[in-house]
Write a protein that binds this ligand. Structure first.
Ligand code: TYD
Ligand code: MG
Length: 454
């Protein structure tokens, strides 16, 4: 399209909002480098010409029409769970994640199971590539219409014509709107395209999935710039070399956040894992020092995972602390508490921690398990393999109660664990809900060490 036909655009600083008619390397207002992104200039509303009936009138909250309960299932229960119970009409769902993690795979699998036609817009792969993936997944349904197209205007025209049950845009970084002159993948293009898709979803009631690659820079033109526009943000996580994938809701206007779905990438696509605890503990070495079972929560779901520590004599002059899947600040804090309060000497050691299965544990409830794994490895004393641990530790070594204690205990009892070391505060409230487990309540880190290693 010739430049003169395009809508007028401006360059706006993403940091301070400064507006410029041309691109500048540095914002003259706030001094940030490379912060100006192209945007469509908002049309000035001609207020005087608007008929008064166009304006919305306020109405009592009780009379506002709610959602008519209709959620469409994606056909994948773990996916539905993360969405808050299925797909809401007119919602825009961003599926973000590293390239190659499985975003296209899960959306193709969902498309094949949805009860209606899905328009799958492939802006980065050819129809042939989609077909190859579908063959691998054993998907032959004609209910998936593949559209290899990068122009958003054409996509929306086709979507309005064919009226699909759901629209998939794979990916937002490769489609572009002809109204902006900038290249696909730039901040302006990504935001304007998403805003157009949002308007399409709201006006037609069609749910839209947007795939967004997490870019190397993390924030620039990646899914983060869209988080405030869309209704639901899901991130697909997993570590390279691990087959586990976790689909996590970080924002959801129609459900709870922090809900997760667990999948395994196999040769024939993603398989749901209905009982992740069992799987995460399945290859655990029994009665080995440094390995403990932590009972954690992911949203409303209890999850038992193996936490491993390796404490070795220091190899360089400075001791090393390295942790995978844990917040390193939190680990340092717990090591300091162990040193100072419990008299566990770690100054001349290197400490390595790992959450097995490539999971991330960011809950403070994992504190006590971290401490136990470190002490177990240092003293070369195993924690019995039928024991699980949870509890938050404070700076003076006290062990604080955590939420959802009952759910954690129930999950552990389900997979056959027998002993628990948990905060005293939680223990007192559990009483008759101990599910036949032997539960030891501890008030501080010393009591926990005593209970586990005496
Ligand atoms: P893909 O869905 O293309 O990732 P994304 O869209 O997030 O970039 O998944 C690509 C990876 O998944 C690729 O490395 C191959 C692997 N894979 C399997 O292991 N099994 C399968 O059945 C499929 C379809 C892909
Ligand atoms: Mg892809």
């Amino acid at each position: 399209m010739a430049k003169s036909e395009r809508a007028k655009s401006v360059y706006r600083c993403q940091a301070c909002g400064f507006e410029s008619p041309k691109w500048l390397g540095r914002c003259p207002d706030c001094g940030q480098w490379n912060s100006l992104a192209e945007e469509l200039e908002a049309p000035k509303p001609a207020l005087s010409k608007r008929a008064s009936s166009v304006f919305s009138a306020p109405e009592p909250l009780s009379q506002v029409q709610g959602m008519d309960g209709g959620r469409t299932s994606t056909g994948i229960p773990e996916f539905d769970r993360v969405l808050g119970g299925g797909l809401v009409a007119g919602s825009v769902v961003l599926v973000g994640g590293d390239p190659g993690i499985g975003k296209s795979t899960i959306l193709l699998q969902a498309a094949s199971k949805m009860p209606g036609m899905t328009l799958y817009v492939s802006a980065e792969e050819s129809s042939f590539q989609i077909k190859t993936r579908a063959d691998r997944l054993g998907i032959y349904q004609d209910s998936i219409m593949v559209l290899p197209e990068i122009s958003l205007e054409h996509v929306l025209m086709e979507a309005k014509r064919s009226n699909p049950l759901a629209l998939v845009i794979d990916s937002i970084q490769t489609v572009f709107t002809e109204e902006l002159g900038s290249a696909p993948g730039s901040v302006g293009q990504v935001r304007e395209s998403a805003a157009k898709l949002m308007r399409f979803a709201k006006s037609t009631g069609t749910p839209v999935f947007i795939v967004g690659h997490v870019t190397k820079e993390g924030t620039i033109a990646g899914p983060r710039v869209l988080e405030h526009i869309v209704d639901t943000v899901l991130y697909f996580e997993g570590q390279r070399g691990h087959s586990f994938r976790v689909l996590r809701a970080v924002k959801n206007r129609f459900g709870s956040t922090n809900e997760i779905g667990v999948f395994e990438m196999t040769d024939s696509g993603l398989n749901e894992i209905a009982n992740p605890s069992e799987l995460f503990l399945s290859e655990r070495p029994l009665n080995v020092s440094g390995s403990v079972v932590a009972a954690c929560m992911e949203g409303t779901r209890p999850l038992l995972v193996e936490l491993q520590a390796l404490v070795t004599p220091v190899t360089f002059s400075v001791s090393r602390r390295s942790s995978l899947g844990l917040d390193s600040q939190r680990v340092n804090l717990i090591l300091a508490v162990l040193e100072k309060v419990a008299g566990v000497h770690l100054a001349a050691t290197d400490v390595f921690l790992n959450v097995v299965g490539g999971l991330k544990l960011e809950e403070p409830a994992a504190d006590l398990a971290i401490a136990a794994a470190v002490v177990s490895s240092l003293r070369e004393k195993p924690v019995p393999s039928d024991t699980f641990i949870f509890g938050e530790t404070g700076l003076s070594g006290e062990v604080r109660s955590v939420n959802h204690a009952e759910a954690r205990v129930r999950e552990a009892s389900k997979i056959g664990l027998k002993n628990a070391v948990i905060p005293w505060g939680n223990c007192a409230k559990l009483k008759d809900k101990s599910c036949g487990l032997r539960i030891t309540g501890v008030r501080n880190i010393d009591e926990a060490i005593e209970a586990l290693f005496a």
